[in-house]
Design a protein around this ligand. Sequence first.
Ligand code: HEC
Length: 254
Amino acid sequence: MSLGMNFHNNFRPLAVLALSCVSIFLGGCRQDMQDQPKYKPQRPSQFFADGRSGRPELEGTVARGALNDDSAFYEGKDEKGGDVDVFPVAVDRAFIERGQQRYDIYCAPCHGRIGNGLGMIVRRGFKQPPSYHIDRLRNAPAGHFYDVITNGYGAMLNYAAQVQPRDRWAIVAYIRALQYSQNANINELTADARSKVPAAGAPLSAEQQAARKSQPLVPADSDFYNFPAEPATPSGVPGASGAGARKSNQPERK
Ligand code: HEC
């Protein structure tokens, strides 16, 4: 009896090993992680009733790291749903410079490098946006600009996919700097900076002329390389109806 028990205990692992060898041979010897059964993205599935391998999010659940419950940061709104006017991030020079870089990529093509609304796309016929230097937008809370980038505004599409929340705030900070650049109070400047501002009617120094040429308030067509004097805007361009829109000299596309 005790001999029988020992026999059983000693040989069970061997039996398991033998069995798994058989199944390994049947299964083609081995299965590595790189060729385990899996679905490729967008492939159909016979397993799920709706025929899709990609499963929808479960209702009432939030993916890890996607709670986004800071409404000031993610939506630019306070608890009452109004636009925040305080930046929900620390703003320093590097942050504003990041904003300048993003602005020049994503906004300047329409709004212009200094925010006057005369970007190249507008000069080619897209609806002209308002200048950032009008009183209404100077007084608009920071959250309004964040909201426009996130949700779009009228003829302007949103930039939520291209510009992530932190960069949206960086752009808003840079727009504030742009606004300040065109509307600074001379008495707030340091004496050194004030001495560089030309007196009204006084002739410009060479340095001032160079500065004005590098950042013209309203660039001339000749400032752009290869820009035709009468650009052709094909009709049917969305938004091509604002003040900046030009008549097409192209035949109507059928
Ligand atoms: C393709 C052109 C285009 C681009 C690019 C663009 N905008 Fe606009 N934007 C417009 C137009 C056009 C309007 C005016 C929309 C209207 O009133 O129908 C506008 C309006 C605005 C306004 C004014 C909203 C108001 O209260 O009147 C803000 C602020 C703004 N855009 C910010 C931005 C920012 C920031 C970016 C870059 C992330 C950007 N836009 C990129 C075309 C553009």
